[in-house]
Design a protein around this ligand. Structure first.
Ligand code: GDP
Ligand code: MN
Length: 377
C-alpha cells in the first residue's frame, strides 16, 4: 500500500522527522479557505501515488494568495501519468539551499534492507545511480541504524558538522520508521537544508508491505479510496489478483508463477500484456466470467490469452466459465485458449462443441505467439 506524500509525512512526524505542516484540499473552495490562513510563500503539491510530480507541473510555489489560488486550480485540473489529481497539499514553502536523498528500502537480491543516501537529492535515485553512482552511499542493515552508524553515513554525505549531526538523527528515525511500520520503502527526496541551516523533509514516500498490514491497523486510515483502481479492488473481492498494465494482450492465467511466465512468453514474442491476472486455484466458472469481464473493461485489450495449467483448477470449469462469459457478454476481441491438465479433454470438447470463435493452442508458447499476432491485426 502506497501512502501519499501527506500521509507519509504524518507518519514520519510521529517518528520525529521534521517536515513542513500542511493541509489537504479536495477542491478550489477548500483550497481558498486554507490559503487565507497561510503564511507566504506557499507550495501547492498534487497528491497522487506517483513520483516526478514536479516535472509534470504538479508542484508549484506561490508568493501571493491570488497566485496560489490560480496554481491550486491548475494543479487540481492536472492528470499526472494517467492519474487525475483528486487533492492537493498546501504547505508553507521552505527556502532551499541544497537537496539530499535518503531512503530505506528492501533489496531483494541481498534479502536485506538497504539504507541509501546521497548528496544529489531532488532527482530520481535511478537517475543518480546512472549518472553519478559514486554519489550514492549504501549500507545493508537488519535493524534501525545505531547512532554511530547513522553518524558515519551522515558524515560521508554532509560536509558541515552541525548538519551532519542533525542528519544522523533523521537517518536513525527514518530507519526506525521503516522497520516499525513494516515498510518496503521509506523515502525522503529531497531532504533539504534551509537558509536557516535546518533540515526538512520536503517530500515523503512510504510503501507498506500489504502482507504485514494486519499488524498496523492504525495505518489503514491512510488507504486512499480516491486513487484505488476500481477493477483491482473488484477483482480482489472476487478472489482474483488483477494488476492492470499498459499493453494490449489480456491474460487470464491460474497461479501467480504461471501468470508471470505467461507475461514473459508474451514479451518474448514481442507482445505487451495488458494485465496480470491470476484466477487462483479451484476456479469456479463464475470466477472465470468475472475475470473476463474485468479484462474486457480495459479498452486497450485487443486479444485475450487464456493459459491454464489445470491441477486443482479443472479445465472443464474454465471452459464452462468461458462459454458462460460468451453467452452473457458481448465479446468482440479474439480469444486464444491453451488448456492443459485436469479434465483437459472435457474442457476442450466443451469449447469445440460450443461453436464459439475461440482459437486453441496446445502449448503456452504457441498460444502466446498467436495472441501476439492477433494483437497486431
Ligand atoms: P516530486 O517531483 O514528486 O518528487 O515532488 P517533490 O515534493 O520532491 O518536489 C519537487 C521539487 O520541488 C523539489 O525537489 C524541490 O526542488 C521543489 N520544492 C518542493 N517543495 C519546495 C519548497 O517548499 N520550496 C522550494 N523552494 N522548492 C520546493
Ligand atoms: Mn520528490
Amino acid at each position: 500500500m502506497k501512502l501519499l506524500e501527506w500521509a507519509s509525512k504524518e507518519v514520519f512526524k510521529t517518528f520525529g522527522i521534521p517536515t513542513q505542516t500542511g493541509k489537504l484540499a479536495r477542491n478550489l473552495e477548500e483550497a481558498a479557505e486554507i490559503l487565507k490562513e497561510m503564511n507566504y510563500p506557499v507550495v501547492i503539491k498534487a497528491q497522487v501515488p506517483v513520483g516526478g510530480r514536479g516535472k509534470a507541473g504538479g508542484v508549484k510555489l506561490a508568493k501571493t494568495y491570488e497566485e496560489a489560488l490560480k496554481k491550486a486550480e491548475e494543479i487540481l485540473n492536472l492528470t499526472i501519468k494517467g492519474i487525475k489529481v483528486k487533492k492537493i497539499l498546501i504547505t508553507e514553502a521552505v527556502d532551499i539551499v541544497k537537496e539530499y536523498y535518503v531512503s530505506v528500502t528492501l533489496d531483494r537480491r541481498h534479502s536485506k534492507a538497504v539504507f541509501i543516501t546521497s548528496k544529489e537529492g531532488g532527482v530520481d535515485i535511478e537517475e543518480i545511480a546512472r549518472t553519478k553512482p559514486e554519489a550514492i552511499v549504501k549500507r545493508y542493515i537488519d535493524a534501525p541504524l545505531k547512532p554511530y552508524e547513522a553518524r558515519e553515513l551522515a558524515f560521508s554525505v554532509f560536509e558541515d558538522n552541525k548538519l551532519a549531526l542533525k542528519a544522523a538523527g533523521i537517518y536513525q528515525k527514518l530507519s526506525e520508521a521503516y522497520f516499525a511500520t513494516d515498510s518496503q520503502l521509506a523515502e525522503i527526496n529531497p531532504l533539504v537544508v534551509t537558509s536557516e541551516n535546518e533540515l526538512v523533509a520536503v517530500d515523503a514516500k512510504i510503501i507498506l508491505d500489504d502482507n504485514a498490514l494486519f499488524r498496523h491497523p492504525d495505518l489503514l486510515k491512510y488507504k486512499d479510496i480516491d486513487y484505488i483502481n476500481p477493477e483491482e479492488e473488484e477483482a480482489k473481492e472476487a478472489g482474483l489478483s488483477y494488476v492492470k498494465l499498459d499493453g494490449n494482450i489480456g491474460c487470464m492465467v491460474n497461479g501467480a508463477g504461471l501468470a508471470m511466465a505467461t507475461m514473459d512468453v508474451i514479451k518474448y514474442w514481442g507482445g505487451e500484456p495488458a494485465n496480470f491476472l491470476d484466477v487462483g486455484g479451484s476456479s469456479n466458472p463464475e470466477k472465470v466470467k468475472k475475470a473476463m469481464d474485468i479484462i474486457l473493461r480495459d479498452p486497450n485489450v485487443k486479444v485475450v490469452f487464456i493459459n491454464i495449467f489445470g491441477g486443482i483448477t479443472r479445465c472443464d470449469d474454465i471452459a464452462a466459465g468461458l462459454i458462460e462469459a460468451f453467452r452473457t457478454m458481448d465479446i468482440k476481441v479474439p480469444v486464444v485458449v491453451r488448456l492443459t491438465g485436469t479434465n483437459e479433454e472435457e474442457g476442450r470438447r466443451m469449447l469445440a462443441e460450443s461453436g464459439l470463435p475461440i482459437k486453441t493452442a496446445s502449448t503456452m508458447s504457441e498460444g502466446a505467439k498467436m495472441a501476439v499476432e492477433l494483437s497486431r491485426a
